[in-house]
Design a protein around this ligand. Structure first.
Ligand code: TRP
Length: 410
C-alpha cells in the first residue's frame, strides 16, 4: 500500500503512526494507549472526524433543558459530538428523540470509569425526558474474552444491577442483553447493515487481521442497530424515524462511524453522538482504567479502606518530592491524578477551583488533596452500594421485560 494510503487507513482506526522510536497513540473499542503526554484528544477528534463540543453548545443544552449543565459538560469531559445540534434543533421545535447506550459485561464489578456514561445518560434522560435503551453486549464479550455463554449472561445481569443503581426511570428505560433480545426486527436491521459493509471497510474501521475469527468481523451490526428505532417495535412502532442520541466514550466511535455511513443507504436516520474522554487510571493519563489490573482502578465495590490505600499508594501525584520544594514550586496539575479525579466527581465548581489554586501554588500538599479525594470517592461509592443493595431480581426483570414504556415522553 502507498505510504499515504496506509497512513490514512491507520488514522481512521485511531492509530497514530509516528517516526521510529516515538510511541504511538492507539484508540479503538479494544485498546486505548498513549504516549507519555496522555491521549491527544484534539488529534482524535480530527482523525475520527467528529466535532468539538464547545461552550456555546453547552449553553444551548442548558437553555433547552432549563437546568444547569452537568459537570461532565461544564468541564469538557464529554468533549466531542456528531450532529448534536440537529437533535437540539428538533427538540427545540418540540420533537423528541431517544437515547441509546450500552455496556460490554466483561467483569463482575464496575469501576468508576464504567459509571461515567451511565451517570451522564441518567442526567440526559432526566433533563430531556426521553426514552432510553441500554444494550448489554454479552455476545461481544463472549467473542472477545475467554468467557462461556453462561458466564457472559450472568455478568450481563449483574452489571444490569449496577446500571439500574444509577437511578434510571423504569417507565422510560429498556435494558436488553443481546443473547436474549436479538431476533425479529432487530435481526432484520442487522442483516440490512451487514449487506452494506464490505470486508475491506470493516478491516479499515476496526483493524481486524486475517487471524481474527469471523465472530469479531460480524459483530459490528449488533452494536449498530439499536441506533435505529425500528429495531424496537415494542417501543417505537409508531415512529420509525425517531432520532437517536448515543452517549459513549470516544473509543466506541468506530461502531457509530460505520452506523452513520450505512444509515441513509437503508432509509434510516443517522444517530447523533455525544462522546467522552476516558477516566484515567490511578497511574496517570497514559491509559484508561483497566478491569484486569485491580490497582489501576477504584471499583464500585471497594471499601473505604481499599479506596484510602489505592489513592494514597497509587494515585500519581503532580506534587514535588519534598515539602520545601512543594511550598516553593507548587504542584503540576496537568499530571496530577487526584486533581483529575476531583474534576470528574467534585460537584462544587468554587471548591474545586479553590483546591486547584492552593495546590498549584504550593499551599496545599498532595496528602491533603488526596484526603479530599478519598472523601469524595467514598461518598460516591457508598451511595452506589446503598442503591445497588436495593435492586432486586424483580426490578431487573422489570427493566428487561419486552414491553411498551408507559411514560416515554412524559
Ligand atoms: N461495546 C461496548 C463495551 O464494550 C458496549 C456497548 C454496546 C455500547 N452498545 C453501546 C457502549 C452503545 C456505548 C454506546 O462496553
Amino acid at each position: 500500500m502507498a505510504a499515504a494510503a496506509a497512513a490514512s487507513a491507520s488514522a481512521e482506526r485511531g492509530v497514530d503512526v509516528k517516526k521510529d522510536g516515538e510511541e504511538e497513540q492507539v484508540v479503538n473499542p479494544w485498546e486505548v494507549s498513549a504516549g507519555k503526554g496522555g491521549i491527544d484528544y484534539d488529534k482524535l477528534v480530527d482523525q475520527f472526524g467528529c466535532q468539538r463540543l464547545d461552550a456555546a453548545l453547552v449553553d444551548r443544552v442548558a437553555r433547552l433543558t432549563g437546568r444547569p449543565p452537568h459537570r461532565f459538560l461544564r468541564r469538557g469531559i464529554f468533549f466531542a459530538h456528531r450532529d448534536l445540534n440537529e437533535i437540539l434543533n428538533l427538540y427545540e421545535r418540540g420533537e423528541k428523540f431517544y437515547l441509546y447506550t450500552g455496556r460490554g459485561p466483561s467483569s463482575e464489578a464496575l469501576h468508576l470509569g464504567h459509571l461515567i456514561p451511565f451517570m451522564f445518560t441518567k442526567y440526559l434522560q432526566d433533563a430531556f425526558k426521553v426514552p432510553l435503551v441500554i444494550q448489554l453486549t454479552d455476545d461481544e464479550k463472549f467473542l472477545w474474552k475467554n468467557l462461556t455463554v453462561e458466564e457472559s449472561k450472568r455478568l450481563a445481569r449483574e452489571n444490569a444491577k449496577d446500571i439500574i443503581a444509577c437511578g434510571f426511570d423504569v417507565e422510560r428505560t429498556f435494558i436488553f442483553s443481546d443473547f436474549s433480545f436479538v431476533g425479529g426486527a432487530f435481526y432484520e436491521n442487522m442483516v440490512k447493515v451487514a449487506r452494506c459493509v464490505t470486508y475491506n471497510k470493516v478491516v479499515g474501521i476496526f483493524g481486524f487481521s486475517p487471524e481474527d475469527h469471523i465472530g469479531k468481523v460480524s459483530f459490528p451490526p449488533v452494536q449498530a442497530v439499536p441506533s435505529f428505532p425500528s429495531s424496537f417495535p415494542h417501543l417505537f412502532a409508531v415512529n420509525d424515524q425517531l432520532r437517536c442520541l448515543i452517549p459513549c466514550a470516544i473509543d466506541q466511535d468506530p461502531y457509530f462511524r460505520m452506523t452513520r455511513d450505512v444509515a441513509p443507504r437503508i432509509g434510516y436516520q443517522k444517530p447523533s453522538l455525544i462522546e467522552s474522554r476516558f477516566f484515567p487510571a490511578l497511574q496517570g493519563e497514559n491509559t484508561k482504567m483497566s478491569a484486569s489490573d485491580p490497582n489501576s482502578a477504584i471499583y464500585v465495590t471497594d471499601t473505604r479502606k481499599e479506596i484510602t490505600t489505592k489513592v494514597n499508594r497509587y494515585a500519581f501525584s503532580g506534587g514535588q518530592d519534598s515539602v520545601e520544594l512543594h511550598r516553593k514550586l507548587g504542584a503540576n496539575l496537568n499530571v496530577d491524578v487526584p486533581i483529575k479525579y476531583l474534576n470528574f466527581f467534585l460537584e462544587d465548581d468554587d471548591v474545586l477551583e479553590h483546591i486547584k489554586k492552593e495546590y498549584k501554588e504550593g499551599r496545599m500538599l498532595t496528602g491533603e488533596v488526596k484526603q479530599r479525594l478519598i472523601e469524595v470517592l467514598y461518598e460516591l461509592v457508598a451511595r452506589h452500594q446503598r442503591a445497588r443493595a436495593q435492586v432486586t431480581e424483580e426490578m431487573v426483570d422489570a427493566f428487561m421485560a419486552v414491553r411498551p414504556l408507559p411514560n416515554m415522553f412524559g
